[in-house]
Design a protein around this ligand. Structure first.
Ligand code: BDR
Ligand code: CA
Length: 302
């Protein structure tokens, strides 16, 4: 069974991705590390625990992580995800978090599982960047790092060029790209990661947790009209569960400076370039396979 550590800022689409991974028999979720992003780390940590409790998975440890980006101040995404970062009115969690900080927890899990471990990143990459700074050997010792982040051919969703997770902590994203050979799952593919309304209706009519999942998938009208209603992070989950993405190794860099290009991700796709490849970039998504993979996983929970 593949071991997956989820680093996230739940977040409605993080919640859908987490639920799908919890449902999968082939995956053992070894823990959730949280980070400030869609809301404060206090809220994203409570949200992670509430989501686990909703599915009766209090056994999965939650480690609270960094409360602000490496350099910049935090800008949250509550206008998209709801007050506190998560629509769906979940009760406050009852369990506790690990004593270990998320950065230490990541390092412990790498020590424990080595190349069997996949780290699935769904928020700003702050925790991972700090872990890499403390232990540069991590990338050689783990299986995969798959991160939702970036916008290449696609327009950004925070600025014309920047995707939210990278925009919030571009210094962290730059470190991860330059040192950890991640797989990047950018807006170019995640903008297509949507479930049909008929499936959301099916979740809702199942009641209980199904109504909550339906809420996570239902964005406010103004977000939908602006095209911001994709379930981005679920594309990472679908990639781990099925063969839904096409990947291409590319020389990628992240604009870490201020100004209009802050948080842009640039792939050097010049013909004949000898720039070294730094990331595997998802360039295409099989939308039907995405819907089947995520939809079936979620329905199996209800
Ligand atoms: C990313 O930004 C967040 O708001 C989502 O949870 C997702 O991780 C999409 O740009
Ligand atoms: Ca997220």
């Amino acid at each position: 069974m593949s071991k997956v550590l989820i680093d996230a800022d739940p977040g409605t689409d993080d919640a859908v991705a987490l639920a799908a991974l919890l449902a999968a028999e082939a995956v053992d979720v070894v823990g959730v590390t949280t980070v400030a992003g869609n809301s404060t780390v206090e809220n994203t940590t409570a949200n992670a625990r509430s989501i686990l409790e909703l599915f009766g998975r209090e056994d999965v440890p939650v480690a609270r992580g960094c409360e602000r980006p490496l350099v910049r101040s935090l800008s949250t995404g509550e206008s998209i995800h709801g007050p506190g970062g998560l629509r769906g009115d979940l009760p406050a969690p009852t369990g506790t978090t690990t004593d270990a900080h998320a950065v230490e927890f990541i390092r412990e899990q790498v020590d424990a599982h080595g190349t069997d471990l996949t780290i699935a990143c769904m928020g700003p990459l702050t925790n991972l960047a700090v872990a890499l700074a403390l232990d540069p050997s991590l990338p050689d010792r783990i299986g995969r790092m798959v991160a939702m982040g970036g916008a290449f051919e696609a327009a950004g969703n925070v600025t014309p060029v920047a995707e939210y997770n990278v925009y919030v902590d571009p210094a962290a994203a730059s470190r991860v790209v330059q040192t950890a050979a991640p797989t990047l799952v950018p807006l170019d593919v995640t903008d297509q990661a949507r479930l049909p309304a008929s499936m959301t209706d099916e979740f809702r009519s199942a009641g209980g947790a199904g109504s909550t999942i339906a809420e996570w998938c239902s964005y406010p009208a103004e977000v939908r009209e602006a095209g911001g209603d994709a379930i981005h992070d679920a594309a990472v989950a679908a990639h781990l569960l099925g063969d839904v993405l096409t990947l291409d190794a590319q020389p990628v860099s992240v604009v870490d400076g201020d100004g209009p290009c802050r948080g842009a991700t640039i792939a050097d796709t010049r013909r004949g370039t000898d720039a070294p490849t730094t990331a595997s970039v998802a360039t295409e998504i099989d939308v039907n396979a995405f819907r089947r993979t995520i939809g079936d996983a979620l329905l199996s929970l209800l």
